[in-house]
Write a protein that binds this ligand. Structure first.
Ligand SMILES: [Zn+2]
Length: 316
């Protein structure tokens, strides 16, 4: 998920890694890029040997133990020295595995450096396909290069895989067409900890339609995950504070209510402006409107999504 407000049309252009700068240029006049803010990494203990690293970009999951260190997501390239320093406070050896929850650049930006240093990168196969393929940014028709060879996942899977590491089983499960078409949930089976990537955040979700994301798929992803966890499960969000099952359930329920309202507005032939004016998010705006999208932006995204879903159903 991208953290800046750049308007609905700009958001639609936020696709794979590397496109963020281009999308920003498309939405605002060219200006010299400000230096990255001097963000410190905050290390949050979750369970014995398991931590959440909060810096700039997506939250990182970290496991340290007898087998060494593995991280789930790696923020931006310029955060790598700080990530390494935070890991080094807890682990003697460098990062052995990097797991990507999905393809976005605020979760995979460190892949180049960690991959070049010998870490094994693991992800759902669509991450490798998309990061390894140049494409044209639909927002500004500018070509976006493929990521460097060492940034690409070297172990990929279609539906699921397990990494046996530090006396736990890290289970990776694909969540199809949710935030993107590349999402996985990572579950530490023994420690009862999840990393949800951007399928769970502190604000209204970003549905990245340009990389296969759909609101219906995101809701199904939550249902799949909720069926496997309990009240003691600790849930790392892609962005935002550490969460739990009740919070994920509430997030899911909010999305169902808003999705159904937006779908009714679409079926009734309302325009996007009329859908925004109907405020289908009203009772949720205090809680979820302070993230990457305000309610208007998010209703716009949900409207486009549900319109596409309706057209798809009609074509069948
Ligand atoms: Zn994302």
């Amino acid at each position: 998920m991208k953290r800046r407000l750049i308007g609905i049309s700009g958001v639609a252009a936020l696709v794979a890694a590397g496109s963020f700068a281009l999308a920003q240029q498309a939405a605002t006049p060219p200006a010299p890029a400000p230096p990255p803010p001097d963000v410190k990494i905050e290390t949050v203990g979750i369970a014995p040997g398991i931590y959440m690293l909060v810096g700039r970009g997506g939250n990182i999951g970290l496991t340290v133990g007898v087998d060494g260190a593995a991280i789930i997501d790696d923020q931006f390239a310029d955060m790598v020295p700080k990530i390494r320093a935070a890991v080094a406070l807890l682990a003697e050896k460098p990062v052995k595995f990097v797991i990507n929850t999905h393809l976005h650049g605020d979760h995979t930006g460190g892949n180049d450096a960690f991959g070049a240093a010998g870490a094994v990168i693991i992800a759902q196969e669509n991450v490798r396909k998309r990061l390894g393929t140049p494409y044209v940014n639909p927002q500004n028709n500018q070509p976006v290069a493929a990521r460097a060879r060492e940034a690409l996942p070297v172990i990929t899977f279609e539906d699921s895989a397990t990494l046996h590491f530090n006396d736990d089983d890290l289970e990776f499960t694909h969540l199809p067409n949710a935030h993107t078409e590349t999402d996985i949930v990572v579950r530490f089976r023994k420690a009862n900890v999840l990393h949800m990537g951007d399928c769970f955040t502190g604000g209204f979700p970003f549905i990245d339609a340009n990389t296969g994301g759909t609101l219906d798929g995101l809701i199904l992803a939550h249902e799949k995950v909720l069926a496997t966890i309990d009240d003691n499960t600790k849930v790392i969000r892609g962005h935002g504070p550490l969460g739990n099952k009740a919070e994920l359930q509430a997030y899911h329920d909010m999305l169902v209510v808003v999705r159904d309202r937006v779908a009714r507005l679409v079926k009734a032939g309302k325009t996007q402006e009329q859908a925004v004016a109907a405020r289908p998010t009203k009772e949720f705006e205090d809680k979820y409107g302070g993230g990457s999208f305000n309610a208007e932006q998010w209703i716009g995204r949900a409207y486009v999504d549900q319109k596409a879903a309706l057209e798809k159903r009609r074509r069948k």
